[in-house]
Write a protein that binds this ligand. Structure first.
Ligand code: AGP
Length: 522
């Protein structure tokens, strides 16, 4: 509520710059009752409504000052017959009824009342009464709302035009990656800015090691984060399985920054590891997707990845959003230390282009489906990568295992000669992650070693990866980017590969056997 209890807000999301806004409003005499970022919205709208009579316009003006994400509803006691709603990052839909209208963060909440919904887009706001609704942009330009008719099957509706949630979430990555970095660049300083990471340079100076704790796919994201942070910030980083960390008397103390990564924010092992780290005096950061989740509440500070609800058990869009936030973190810590603005500018330039490159890779879905159909269904598979793409090999193998039940292993490509090469014959597909980076020539040699043993090679490569088409059986070409960002692109074909193998085997892709979306038990 605002000072006069005249304006009430309901908010799903995070206001990144709430501290600055709060300070200014307190200087204007506003009294705050809570420490929440959300309360700032009520007071901000109260303040601006003093100058702008029209409540909808006042909300729009207020939101121009807000950085962060929101699914927002505003009610004024003086105009009890209308609701003002707004969306940026967090989902928000309007349910159009007979002489009644509904607002929800997800259609599942209102499908029992109406089949007609309007999905509000980012930076759109609306004025809703019992028998009317008008949609505008933040600049007060009217938007023609698109009313979509939904069938009554709740689960279906959330899938939209997709057959499975996992498929939908793979195709949402163009947006989810943008959501993960939106508003988190500082173009002037060529640095990243994670509002929730309140580490001052002198505090960072005091950090002598970074320990990343997580499970499953989040652990793979951690491995890639280790490369990013060491490369950009030159701080020693290591990754540990949360389930092992909590029982191994880890050597950590007040000079350790522990980063816990969890999509659900509820994974028992990761939560316990967070508590263990706090007990040992470490600073503990959370990187999670679920707002208000336990890990988000228990860590000292952190960043949401803003990937939106991830319903498919096999994590896909959350993984690439975790990588995006880890990249931003490495970049931010690097700029607080020795990373030059020039390199910072290069990072900004490359990261901004990632969504369109993901869009391009998603357009190769039919090619990847064809590849699966023509190659037949294997009983085993090997995934090989080098450097920052070695963990991508692990993730590719995990996706295949999880949803198609085909046994698969990921390895650093050079490790193959120390054992796994014994597995290779004409029945063993070997997926190579081979972007044209500084270890590309080494990967080519590894591919020749597999071909010499009649292995079937599927390569993920760049258009300028010379010679790959001569030795690989199938090549999936992907756009190029800098090495540190390449996992955000190289993993997408592996997600689609696993998806199409699972479909070819008639597996239940969204609810694979023996697995839960959030492992809240030890
Ligand atoms: C990944 O596809 C799996 N669902 C699983 O490995 C998952 O990553 C793991 O359980 C960790 O979950 P979290 O990110 O919610 O903590």
């Amino acid at each position: 509520m605002d000072c006069e209890n005249k304006i009430a807000v309901v908010h799903n999301g995070i206001i990144e710059n709430y501290k600055v806004l709060k300070k200014n409003l307190q200087n204007e005499g506003h009294q705050f009752r809570t420490d929440t970022d959300t309360e700032v919205l009520a007071h901000l709208i109260e303040e601006i409504h003093k100058k702008i009579d029209d409540l909808h316009k006042a909300v729009n003006e207020s939101l121009k000052l807000v950085e962060g994400t929101y699914g927002l509803v505003v009610l004024s006691k003086e105009e009890p017959d209308k609701l003002i709603v707004a969306r940026k990052g967090s989902p928000l839909v309007i349910g159009v009824g007979e002489n009644e209208n509904f607002i929800a963060s997800d259609v599942a909440a209102l499908v029992v009342h109406t089949k007609n919904v309007i999905y509000l887009k980012d930076n759109e706001t609306a004025e809703v009464t019992a028998d009317s609704f008008s949609v505008k942009t933040l600049a007060n330009n009217f938007v023609e709302p698109v009313i979509k008719e939904i069938d009554w099957d709740i689960s279906m509706i959330e899938k939209g035009d997709f057959d499975y949630f996992m498929q939908k979430e793979i195709f949402e990555q163009t947006d989810s990656i943008s959501n993960a970095f939106r508003g988190r660049f500082n173009a002037n300083l060529n640095t990243a800015r994670l509002g929730g990471v309140n580490l001052k340079p002198e505090q960072l100076e005091n950090i002598d090691q970074i320990v990343i704790i997580a499970c499953g796919t989040s652990w793979h994201a951690g491995l890639i984060g280790e490369y990013m942070i060491e490369s950009m910030a030159r701080i020693p980083a290591k990754v540990q399985y949360a389930s092992e960390f909590r029982y191994r008397e880890p050597i950590i103390n007040h000079r350790t920054l522990v980063i816990s990564i969890s999509q659900s924010g509820e994974t028992a092992d990761t939560l316990a590891a967070v508590r263990e780290a706090k007990e040992k005096g470490a600073r503990v950061m959370g990187i999670t997707n679920v707002i208000g989740s336990t890990i988000a509440r228990e860590t000292d500070f952190g960043s949401y990845i803003h990937a939106g609800a991830e319903i498919g058990v096999a994590s896909t869009k959350a993984f690439t959003s975790q990588l995006t936030v880890l990249f931003l973190l490495g970049w931010m810590l690097g700029r607080m230390r020795m990373l030059t603005p020039e390199i910072g500018a290069k990072y900004a330039e490359e990261l901004i282009k990632i969504p369109e490159k993901v869009e391009e890779i998603l357009s190769y879905d039919d090619h990847i489906k064809e590849l699966v159909t023509s190659n037949g269904i294997p009983t085993n598979a090997l995934y090989l990568g080098r450097g920052i793409n070695y963990p991508v090999a692990l993730e590719g193998a995990l996706k295949l295992k999880e949803i198609s039940y085909i046994h698969a292993e990921g390895y650093p490509a050079a490790e193959m000669k120390h054992g796994p090469i014994a597995l290779i014959d004409e029945n063993m597909p070997v997926v190579f992650i081979a972007p044209n980076d500084f270890v590309y020539d080494k990967i080519l040699t590894n591919i020749e070693e597999v071909k010499a043993r009649k292995g079937k090679v599927i390569a993920i490569a760049n258009k300028d990866s010379k010679g790959i088409e001569d030795i690989a059986d199938s090549v999936i070409y992907i756009p190029k980017t800098i090495s540190l960002l390449s996992p955000l692109l190289t993993v997408i074909p592996l997600q689609l590969l696993a998806y199409h193998y699972a479909i070819a085997k008639n597996c239940n892709v969204d609810q694979p056997r023996n697995l839960a979306k959030s492992v809240t038990v030890e």
